[in-house]
Design a protein around this ligand. Structure first.
Ligand code: MN
Length: 341
């Protein structure tokens, strides 16, 4: 801070950008005991990605040093527990996974934090596990991989289901952000992609799945019932900020009697945070910042599906002001999670 108010000194960020300084929170991991999950080894064709997920020790810290990331919040690889059909098995695995993650972050407490995996087949168990993860394990919230299988591979539930109100109530009370992460649509619902498997996952299917899911939550009134709930979206908001005008316009035309307290855009600006995970494009990032406000955009990498080194290097060189760099790269996340770095 400028301690001499008599001088007109340009305020500069006080951070040393040459040392690890960023915060990232769409950073994935896997442990050997979770390789039997649908998100485990059999589903991952790229050995480099698989090794990257399993690297949760000094190798991960070395990469963070190179990418100039000071603190990373880790989450179980997608689709994680959401693809477990059995509620009781999912609840058991959630406790085991979160306890394993606690051991991982305890080895590097100044560098690593945790997002809980939740057994979303059971909303009450999810609320209890979120509370345990935040209050007892010191985690920063939870990451949910879109819809949950319920009972079998073809029956699913989305988070706009009223049964999840118990989870939102708890998340709001705990001030725990929930990261809504994509997963692929069910095999039975991939007609749109028939003959074009290259368009599945991160190319396009993730965006459709995850943005639609977020809109289901908005239009069902979740954020009117829980105005303090914060949902994090990766990949620069799965295109929702870019599309907000058209969504808001046509929704208000189709539902003129809507009882929602805000338009769609209003919820994006009050209940959502958007990260740069897997989307290292300066113009797209600043378009989102201009649309929703620079205080709602945060750096993240999506490691190891996208390279943390590429993301860190891109962000550090991006043609933005150092004030914007500090806010998006660090300050917003510090404030969102109450980090003490
Ligand atoms: Mn991801």
């Amino acid at each position: 801070m400028n301690s001499n108010p008599g001088q007109t000194v340009q305020q500069k960020p006080e951070l040393d950008f040459s040392k690890p300084w960023k915060v990232a929170f769409e950073e994935h991991f896997l442990t050997p005991s979770f390789c039997d999950l649908p998100s485990g080894i059999t589903a991952i064709s790229a050995p480099k990605v698989y090794q990257g997920l399993l690297e949760v020790g000094s190798g991960r810290i070395d990469l963070m040093d190179q990418a100039k990331i000071e603190y990373a919040i880790l989450s179980l690889n997608s689709p994680g527990l959401q693809a477990e059909a059995s509620g009781p098995i999912s609840a058991d695995k959630a406790i085991r996974s979160n306890n394993e993650l606690k051991q991982i972050v305890d080895a590097h407490p100044k560098r690593l934090g945790g997002f809980a995996a939740l057994p979303t087949q059971d909303p009450y168990a999810s609320a209890d596990e979120l509370e345990r993860a935040v209050e007892t394990l010191g985690f920063h919230g939870a990451l949910i991989n879109s819809f949950s299988n319920i009972g079998d591979s073809e029956t699913v539930k989305y988070l706009d289901d009223p049964s999840y109100d118990v989870l939102w109530e708890r998340a709001q009370a705990l001030r725990a952000p929930i990261y809504l992460h994509p997963r692929n649509p069910l095999a039975s619902q991939q007609v749109m992609f028939a003959g074009h498997p290259e368009l599945l996952a991160a190319t396009w299917a993730f965006l459709v799945e995850c943005s639609t899911h977020a809109l289901r939550m908005i239009t069902s009134g979740v954020f009117d019932r829980y105005p303090g709930l914060i949902i994090c979206l990766g990949h620069l908001g799965e295109a929702l900020p870019a599309y907000q005008w058209r969504i808001s316009k046509t929704y208000s035309q189709k539902v003129p009697q809507s009882t929602l307290k805000k338009d769609i855009y209003g919820y994006l600006k009050s209940n959502f945070v958007f990260t740069t995970s897997g989307f290292f494009d300066t113009r797209a990032m600043m378009n989102v910042a201009e649309t929703v406000g620079v205080d709602r955009v945060c750096f993240s990498s999506d490691h190891p599906w996208m390279s943390m080194l590429d993301g860190g290097d891109w962000f550090d060189r991006a043609q933005i002001s150092d004030e914007e760099r500090l806010r998006i790269g660090r300050t917003n996340a510090v404030e969102l999670f109450g980090l003490e770095l």
